[in-house]
Design a protein around this ligand. Sequence first.
Ligand code: FAD
Length: 459
Amino acid sequence: MDIIKKITNIVDKSSIIKGDDLKSRFYHIWKTDISLESICVVLPRNTRQVSEVMKICYENDQEVVIHGGLTNLVGATKSNNSQIVISLEKMNEIIEIDTESKTITCESGVILEDLINACREKDLLLPLNFGARGSAQIGGAVSTNAGGLRVFKYGMTRHLVLGTEAVLPDGTVISSLKKLIKDNSGYDLKQIFIGSEGTLGIVTKVVLRLYELPTSRLTALSALSSYDNVIKLLKHLEKKLAGNLSGFELLWNSTYKTMVSEKTNYNKYLPDTYKYYVFIESTGSDYESDSIKLENIISESLDKGYIEDAVIGKNDKEQTNIWGIREDVSVLADERKYDQHFDISIPTSSIGSIIDKITNQLLKNKNVKTIFPFGHVADGNIHFIIGKDSNEESITKEVNDVIYSNIESVNGSISAEHGIGIDKKEYLKNTRNKEEIELMRLIKKTIDPKNILNPGRIL
Ligand SMILES: Cc1cc2nc3c(=O)[nH]c(=O)nc-3n(C[C@H](O)[C@H](O)[C@H](O)COP(=O)(O)OP(=O)(O)OC[C@H]3O[C@@H](n4cnc5c(N)ncnc54)[C@H](O)[C@@H]3O)c2cc1C
């Protein structure tokens, strides 16, 4: 094919995957048994190559789909046989860790966990942290404005990005790799690429803000009987732990019960009979005194009746195991043949009642077999994994309609973290008004007039 020949002049032979070799490629880490549909996969090694490839694609009206770590949950990395995939996996260099400015500069294909570890070696913290960190790339995290377990203390990815370099659909490179926290010199152009799911540019490099690494980390798991108490506990911990509370995650009974069932390797630290389970993380500077403080706060919470039962992780291994119960969502997804994932935003005060209402409505649908709510309750973000035995479109729609209509009723959002991708496009109107969607279309049309980059995502 002509376009492949042209691309071969830019990247070396081993950086184009085509024909039968595509059988070993896939569009999602959980779908490795489905071969990728694409003209070819291009694996550029630097920004210049990304730019040159995009110039060719632009001249030839060639659609391109961007691949990061393939962990998104909204069908965003699906492609077809008339599209070219550009994967950033070979652009995985950590360029610099500046311990004084507390920044890291890297290429966009670096795996998030590698970044976290590299920062830790320099005694610095990259607070971005979520279950898929071992596969997700920083470029994917920036493009989806990923959240995770520490958002309420450190903010979303957007709050950590100081600079980006990105390639526009026509190959133009927009580079602003400044290490500045404050820069009000005109439009903040990096924001165009953060959270726009690769529809406006290919992120090739990133500068991220870092923090001093806390020297102590503690984990507690607690059991509660009412949502009122979840809120009371959150307020109590925020007051007593002040800035040290770094994680506050909630699991509903069905989710906890499944995570600690005999089918899994997770320890049942607390009986599986309570309505709610809160996972608490506190970080600080002195293990001994921080432990005593957390123990005191937990026993105070027991005395006040906020919590019914609790356990504190005694060592690193126990902490990892406890957090595994919260993070290993593949256990929940594997419960049924088909699953639907939701990541919704609701005002924190309404979460208890809305999730109960949604659950009761879904239980009436005989096609819904499992309902697993859990999430980052402190920042209003709840995930749902709904298990089914059938993938029929009408059933999917029934489930979507129940969840999204309830969210609309409390002025929530259909996507707190994962984005819209392809799967949630139809419901964008439940969460954004006509004028907002028109402005989004205008921005897309201005930057990508030929609609060749990640077409069909978001809009
Ligand atoms: C177990 C599990 C737990 C998760 N937990 C969380 C969580 O807590 N919080 C959260 O926010 N998300 C979570 N996710 C979702 C997902 O991990 C994030 O959205 C992540 O940021 C995606 O990164 P990725 O590299 O895998 O991107 P991909 O899945 O490869 O791509 C995601 C989107 O970004 C685009 N893209 C990728 N790289 C680039 C680039 N360099 N330039 C431009 N566009 C690009 C893609 O085209 C696609 O539209 C979770 C996923 C899993 C499987």
